[in-house]
Design a binder for this molecule. Structure first.
Ligand code: B12
Length: 516
């Protein structure tokens, strides 16, 4: 079936969430054009914390802004997701259903959780209970669009930013228009998977959704979630494992620092007290990050700011001072490794000297810092693992934390996939990567690596590793933290939490070291 052109629009009933208020003339005009649209945020992952679905909200907002009746069903806290979806489908009979798919899996080699199978019963429910067109979007849809289309039987996939693509598709569905040229749109046809030109715009007018309109924001806050803010799109780096630059493009597209600061103020006025920048890299271009900090400092909103995305190469006193003044209460540095060979193998834009400089700058400031490492990458050996663990022991302050992931998720189309095939580490088909597969350097013995990491975690109460028992208990720990007024991020309390759990007999266990 060729799906380049669609015709016909269906008249649908009006649902509870109407778009912006309109004049009578506008309403009459809308009756013909407006469709019922249901966005389903499918993410139910609560680790390390439930994240507010900013992408789903943006897709919903863009659709509402273009005159449609939009409702967002967030499955994060739903007891029975399929039943919730069925009820909503029956109630609003949408013409279009959009699934927002954030995560394929939890990227943890030691405790893997694959979220993709959860999509199948949801897609079946849409087909069984409605005649709606099914559209996929979200970060995971950008990573493996064709495979997700095939798995779910959806009609369309939006690869990358949805603010323009989704309304353009809705218009085409409603009025009958050409779809081939819609940037970012993908679909299956007889010859296979096809997609329009890449979407490379960053429409500022939709950057900041009104979370309270779409979500149960109190539930998120109770679970220790932050409110996400995005200041730019794109990523110029070439990290061998990351699919993001391919999806978002390598050029940055920015929101103006004034707009970003105003958004922070608006979120503060709406009652959000912890706000998190979710850019791929917050501190690049450095000037943009500094300007955002200055604009926020001028406005002094009563909030604590966070980001998990600081590139160590651009961390210095000027940046940290500006961030502290703006009200940052925590940052994470994506160091990945402290070995020159491994950093080069990962395609990182920095080496150990930059890491040491960043660590020295962090020590001159009070800003709490989480150091993030991934072990097992290309070129990793027992010696390089030792280098990284030693770096963490020496450089990470006792009040900060270090997080170690073992193994690297292989995404199709990345240099890491190609390397994994050359080295015989991955031999499956590209589409089988819908289920997580991991790269581990052939020069490493997994049990020796695990032994080394666990030994470091046992020795240092502020070290965290993927798959440790504490992480499984996070929901309960977070609930307790919420009741006792602990503010994000929870990792700041790693040492205390571990001590408490040890008193209850829950502790890190060693594994027998294998051959290196
Ligand atoms: C910031 C971030 C985090 C922060 C989140 C902080 C917060 N408060 O939100 C932290 C560090 C906590 C985090 C955690 C995790 N993350 Co993360 N994270 C990101 C990052 C860098 C940005 C996400 C973001 O908010 N982007 C901004 C929004 C606006 O973009 P968006 O969601 O893609 O939405 C747009 C489009 O996708 C589209 N769209 C979205 N929904 C819909 C719906 C429809 C119908 C349509 C048409 C369009 C559409 O339009 C939106 C607007 O343009 C991405 C990388 C990336 N660039 O996507 C990874 C990423 C999303 N994370 C990922 C993963 C795996 C995780 C974790 C599972 C594991 C981990 N690494 O810790 C956890 C899961 C957390 C959870 N509970 O779900 C993966 C997901 C892919 C996968 N392998 O499954 C990504 C892609 C990184 C990667 N390269 O692997 N993450």
């Amino acid at each position: 079936m060729v799906r380049g052109r669609i015709s016909g629009g269906t008249k649908v009933s009006i649902s509870t969430h109407s778009a912006q208020p309109l004049s009578l003339k506008g309403r009459q005009g809308l009756k013909k054009r407006s469709m019922n649209v249901l966005i389903v945020s499918t993410n139910r992952c609560r680790e390390p914390v439930p994240v507010m679905p900013v992408g789903a909200c943006l897709a919903a907002e863009a659709a509402a802004h273009s005159g449609h009746q939009v409702e967002l069903l967030d499955l994060m806290f739903a007891g029975d997701p399929v039943a919730s979806l069925r009820r909503t489908l029956v109630r609003i009979s949408p013409r279009v259903v959009g699934f927002s798919v954030r995560n394929l899996d939890n990227t943890s080699m030691e405790d893997p959780q694959n979220f993709v199978p959860e999509l199948v019963p949801l897609a079946r429910t849409v087909r069984a209970e409605s005649a709606a067109t099914l559209v996929l979007g979200g970060a995971a849809a950008g990573v493996m669009p064709e495979e997700l289309l095939r798995l779910t039987g959806a009609d369309w996939v939006v690869c990358g930013a949805g603010e323009r693509t989704f309304p353009a598709l809705l218009t085409a569905l409603n009025a009958g228009g050409r779809t081939e040229e819609i940037p970012g749109l993908g679909w299956l046809e007889t010859g296979g998977f096809r997609r329009g030109p890449a979407e490379r715009k960053c429409p500022e007018e939709f950057l900041f959704p009104d979370y309270s309109r779409w979500l149960d924001t109190r539930a998120y806050r109770r679970h220790g979630a932050t409110a996400p803010v995005l200041s730019k799109r794109g990523c110029p780096f070439d990290c061998v494992y990351c699919p993001c630059p391919r999806i978002e493009g390598k050029n940055f597209r920015y929101a103006s620092p004034e707009r970003v600061a105003e958004e922070v103020v608006r979120l503060a006025a709406a009652g959000f007290r912890d706000i998190e920048f979710v850019d791929n890299v917050f501190n690049l271009p450095v000037e943009h990050a500094l300007d955002i900090c200055r604009e926020i400092t001028r406005r002094r909103p009563p909030v604590r700011l966070h980001t998990h995305e600081l590139n160590p190469a651009f961390v210095d006193d000027e940046l940290l001072t500006a961030m502290e003044r703006a009200g940052f209460a925590s940052v994470a540095l994506t160091a990945e490794s402290a070995s020159a060979a491994v950093l080069a193998g990962l395609g990182k834009n920095f080496g150990p000297e930059e890491l040491l400089r960043a660590a020295a700058a962090v020590r001159r400031h009070r800003l709490p810092c989480l150091w993030v490492f991934m072990l097992g990458g290309p070129g990793e050996t027992a010696d390089t693992v030792h280098e990284t663990l030693e770096f963490a022991r020496q450089q990470v302050r006792s009040g900060d934390a270090a997080f170690f992931a073992v193994g690297i998720r292989i995404y199709p189309g990345t240099p890491l996939e190609r390397l994994a095939r050359r080295q015989g580490i991955y031999t499956g088909r590209a589409e089988e990567l819908l289920a997580p597969a991991f790269y581990l350097s052939p020069s490493l013995d997994l049990s020796a690596l695990q032994h080394a990491v666990r030994a470091a975690v046992i020795e240092r109460p502020n070290f965290i590793r993927t798959g440790m028992p504490t992480l499984r208990l996070l929901p309960g720990i977070r609930a307790l933290a919420g009741l006792t007024g602990v503010r994000p991020p929870l990792w700041r309390h790693t040492a205390r939490i571990r001590k408490l759990l040890e008193m209850l007999g829950i502790r890190e266990k060693t594994v027998t070291a294998g051959r290196v």
